[in-house]
Design a protein around this ligand. Structure first.
Ligand code: G1X
Length: 319
């Protein structure tokens, strides 16, 4: 077994040492151990992924519990998005969060709703934020972790990536970010938020020290790329142009390239907006099915992207 830690592959021997350490940790905490306590242990003991575990005992986590029947109802219910103001009163219909998750998400992407990258991307919410900014891409992403995981692997940061659905979930959030990015040209993470403590990473993590102000120049550890024969960490600003890594998404139509094609900019934003609305917005319920399936303009963009890839212009494809 090889495990990634701090961007390095560690040896079997080290993993074994970790296992012994975990056993010791389980012994100390006993069988009625709960999830919160478990998060302070290593997870090497786990034999299978837990989805919607109902008992948060150590042994259930070790053996893996699969209560996937709870996932679909939980994705449909999401009563956390209640349409109440802070006094518990119903908020006006035009400001209400839409009924389905897809509709809520489509609002976040449409131009004119959340026009700053900070508001769109992070769950950071301060006294200066507008009420509409209390919902963000990160927020919806967080909720999905909880709705899928219950008290299983997906709900817990150190274990979520062990559930294969994690990778589909994150690929989808990359796609949603790409849609926002291409409908909001010029609105990007700043190189640095020097002096603006709203963007300080308060708790820090193993690569970012406490209260660091994060921006476009912050290292995205543990992801490295090669520059002149050396491995250097990716930064947010290096990944804005996703097409250079050899992929794009259907709803982007022609706008799969960064920077934006200025000539067709407004027309293309209009087309993406329309496609997002038709696929996810409230309008989709009223559209005839045939129209929803009209993919012509989207396919044109994809075809162009495929040709670009085939011509071998993307260096990363040779990796
Ligand atoms: N910790 C997030 C949920 C969550 C986010 C993740 O990125 C993750 O990997 C697992 C769980 C929250 O409090 O809502």
């Amino acid at each position: 077994m090889q495990k990634m830690t701090n961007g390095r592959i560690i040896s079997r021997r080290f993993a074994r040492w970790n296992l012994l350490k975990s056993l010791e940790c389980f012994r100390k905490l006993g069988p009625s151990l709960n999830l919160v306590l478990l998060t302070s242990c290593d997870y090497n003991l786990t034999k299978a992924t837990s989805r919607w575990a109902t008992e948060a005992s150590g042994q259930a986590w070790v053996d893996g519990v699969n209560n996937y029947q709870h996932v679909v109802p939980s994705l449909g219910e999401h009563h956390w998005y209640e349409n109440k103001d802070k006094h518990g009163k119903d908020i006006p219909v035009e400001r209400q969060c839409q009924k389905t998750l897809a509709e809520a998400m489509s609002l976040l992407i449409l131009p004119g709703y959340l026009d700053e990258y900070e508001a769109f991307s992070t769950a950071q919410f301060t006294d200066n934020s507008k009420p509409v900014e209390s919902l963000s891409l990160e927020d919806v992403h967080n909720n999905l972790h909880g709705w899928v995981g219950g008290i299983g692997h997906m709900s817990n940061v150190p274990t979520s990536a062990f559930d294969p659905i994690f990778w589909l979930h994150h690929a989808n959030y990359d796609r949603l970010l790409a849609l926002w990015q291409q409908t909001h040209p010029g609105k990007r993470i700043k190189e640095s938020y020097e002096g603006d403590c709203r963007y300080a990473y308060k708790d820090g993590n193993w690569s970012i020290s406490e209260c660091t102000i994060v921006g476009g120049d912050t290292d995205l550890m543990p992801f490295f790329r090669e520059v002149e024969g050396k491995n250097v960490p990716f930064k947010s600003k290096d990944v804005e142009d996703f097409a250079q890594y050899g992929y794009t998404y259907p709803l982007l139509g022609r706008q799969w390239r960064v920077p934006y094609d200025e000539k067709n900019r407004d027309k293309d934003i209009g087309e993406i907006t329309k496609a997002v609305n038709e696929a996810y917005g409230t309008i989709r319920a009223t559209l005839p099915r045939k129209k929803m399936l009209s993919l012509k303009s989207k396919m044109e963009g994809l075809y162009e992207a495929l040709l670009f890839i085939r011509r071998g212009k993307m260096a990363s494809l040779e990796m």
